[in-house]
Design a protein around this ligand. Sequence first.
Ligand code: SF4
Length: 182
Amino acid sequence: MLIIAIVLFLAALLFFGLASRQQSATGLPGGRVVYADTSRWGKVEKPLYDPVVGLTGKPDYLIEIDGAQAPVEVKSTRTAAPYDSHIYQLAAYCYLSHRATGVRPPYGLLKYPEHVFAVDYTPDLEAALLDIVREIQAYSARSAPPRSHESPRRCARCGYRQHCDQRLDAGGGSAKDLSSNP
Ligand code: SF4
């Protein structure tokens, strides 16, 4: 299924060997320790979704910073510096927030047990994120298995149906049929 969810995104980061690496020689912004007023953190009700790159995900919290909705991601790992995979995940949420609101978050927050890090959402970080998304898309296009059934009822009950381009609709058409015949 040619969708990219953050879960898959993280799995792909593992695949690409980035998840266990702490920020070091990769050129990612490392983040700075900040004080965080958690009373300003707002729970996120619905996942954010960008159909242009097919990216979706739900940060743990959003906080208003300079008129933007900046993501906050909470991690249970004890670490002295953010992990690359966490920085990319946060960058994905910054990207999604920017796409959803039209206002670019200046940074996002990664909360670990001992510290909260502010990670700048720089153009370089966005470019690095989109490079990985394109790599994952290319990999998915090469390896995604085709739909394994012909049951519209099964698709109707599926949690991925909203974003799946292989779904079958009750009328017998598929998402691909519908998109090619507006
Ligand atoms: S919508 Fe249908 S084809 Fe797509 S993932 Fe769900 S069950 Fe599979």
